[in-house]
Design a protein around this ligand. Structure first.
Ligand code: SF4
Ligand code: SF4
Length: 345
């Protein structure tokens, strides 16, 4: 893997130069301690010392609500082409969220159908991962093969070395991004790489949170969890859907067709949550998962079953910890797995 360095003072010129080819997005601080992914503005201060963004950058690819296509006419309807989108360049996404984008690309592109709205955005994006040097108290990517540093699934991987960043090139797109700007990059030294390895080792030791993920996966995959356990979890779940909306791998959505002015229709898609009662309600009114316990069981099956490892190459959790901080019922993944460990003997 090619290794270079980029001075932090050259990050803004680098992002400015990318903005000709890409819609550049980067973390931005809001309020005293929160961060969100947003369009990069030239001259914007780029944060390096933050745990992660409140909402995953997934929302740039699978948007909260958008029109998928429009139709004009009824007797001879024709689908109106969407305006082409500029590819995105994401600077500073965390390892867990980059792993989640690989998962989503497979989910929307390799399961017998192709959702090009999502896959095109992901495949054409330039993903510049910022390896973690200080995991947050809810993070457990180290248990989920989701970080804190990656060996694939990025175009450029950045490690904070103080005044400069170590830049590892992970794809042809990443290679082109640095080759086209030779004045900004310098070869990395053995000492730079050694410092990165030291950081990865130190970060690995510093995680406060571990999880019983292997045991939980086995029990869920082999249906070795009693119904009473799901009933107890459902009693603690408020059905708010927060865990689904903050999760970088969750993919639930709904669509609706509606008139859009005279002789026009449009199909809209919006993010949905499998924990909502209406998500699986059918047109007849029948709901195969009318009980919350069934919906909770379904969510954790989709996150942790071997079935997903077989079809997607990994289970559906990258250890970002967002559901830990979001759930008011203590049903974030590590808490849930601890309950499985303690209660499903
Ligand atoms: S965040 Fe917690 S309470 Fe809300 S739907 Fe998810 S599991 Fe239920
Ligand atoms: S299930 Fe929770 S910890 Fe895992 S990726 Fe989703 S939000 Fe992050």
């Amino acid at each position: 893997m090619d290794r270079l360095t980029l001075r932090k003072s050259d990050v803004q010129p680098f992002l400015d130069s990318l903005s000709g080819d890409y819609r550049v997005c980067a973390p931005r601080q809001i309020g005293s301690s929160d961060f969100v992914f947003d369009d990069y503005q030239s001259g914007q201060e780029i944060p390096f010392d933050f745990v992660n963004t409140l909402i995953p950058p997934k929302n740039l690819f699978l948007q909260a609500r958008e029109t998928l296509f429009s139709i004009q006419g009824t007797t001879q309807p024709r689908i109106l082409e969407r305006a082409p989108e500029k590819p995105m360049a994401l600077f500073g996404l965390r390892s867990c969220d980059a792993s989640a984008l690989v998962f989503l690309e497979r989910f929307f592109g390799e399961r017998g159908f192709e959702d090009e709205t999502v896959t095109t955005r992901i495949r054409h994006s330039l993903r510049m991962v910022l390896a973690c040097h200080t995991p947050g108290p809810s993070c457990f990517c180290v248990c989920c093969d989701g970080g804190p540093s990656l060996i694939s699934g990025f175009d450029l991987q950045l490690t904070d070395l103080g005044e400069k960043l170590l830049v590892e090139v992970g794809s042809e797109r990443g290679r082109a991004a640095v080759d086209q700007r030779p004045a900004l990059f310098a070869p990395a030294s053995e000492a730079d790489h050694a410092e990165k390895l030291r950081q990865v080792s130190a970060v690995d030791q510093s995680f406060e949170r571990r999880s019983y993920i292997s045991e939980g996966m086995k029990r869920i995959s082999l249906a070795r969890i009693p119904d009473s356990f799901w009933d107890n979890c459902a009693a603690d779940c408020q059905g708010c859907g927060g865990c689904c909306f903050v999760c970088p791998t969750c993919s639930c959505f709904s669509v609706s067709d509606q008139p859009d002015g005279q002789d026009y229709w449009r199909r809209d898609r919006w993010r949905d949550a499998c924990l909502y009662e209406g998500f699986t309600r059918e047109a007849s009114g029948h709901n195969p998962r009318s009980r919350r316990a069934e919906r909770v069981k379904r969510r954790f099956f989709h996150k942790l079953s071997y079935q997903y490892v077989e079809t997607m190459g990994r289970h559906g959790c990258v250890g970002c910890g967002r559901c830990v901080t979001t759930c008011m019922g203590k049903l974030g993944i590590p808490d849930f797995l601890a309950r499985v460990h303690d209660e499903c003997k």
